[in-house]
Design a protein around this ligand. Sequence first.
Ligand code: BEZ
Length: 211
Amino acid sequence: MSTLRLGDKAPNFDAETSQGKINFYDFLGDSWGILFSHPADYTPVCTTELGAAAKYKDEFEKRNVKVMALSVDGVESHKDWIKDINETQHTTVNFPIIADEDRKVSDLYDMIHPNADDTLTVRSVYVIGPDKTIKLMITYPASTGRNFEELLRVIDSLQLTAYKKVATPANWKSGEDVVISPSVSNEEAEKLFPKGFKEVKSYLRMTPQPD
Ligand code: BEZ
């Protein structure tokens, strides 16, 4: 078991998946990545989650994000279950699901939380940047399906703040005003943010989302 933290290198691995054997780094290439675990095949919440993730294909592609799921069930189970997901969620699962029967990847990414369940993975989400470092980690319990709109929202924030000297405030959504990073002086802000900025407090300066 390893403890991963934000900024750490995302561990690479080879894994059997519903789309054959995949090397994680090769799969990611230069893209952003989402690696998310779910507790088990043929379970109701997981069925809706994987269907939801499939429906966001265009949104993930727009953001240059590749998606990979994981559970500790086997490849044949995944393949059969995918047929059910496609049928019941009216979509086509378009990303690989790791068959982590030996828990190798689950252990690498600390996806089994024994005091919650000592065999199944919890609902972990890792967002990985093009530099292969971990940008976001969220963990949900088995009983709560994830909010994929929130994942897109965070990816929008991660991608914006990776390239501009801004941060995004509470409940921010793409297109809304952002805050200027504290390390930027007012003089620099005038150059960096031609749309202007409002100094609410010396430490709280708002500017329209930069292009
Ligand atoms: C589900 O996906 O529905 C689920 C999986 C494990 C425990 C509880 C719910």
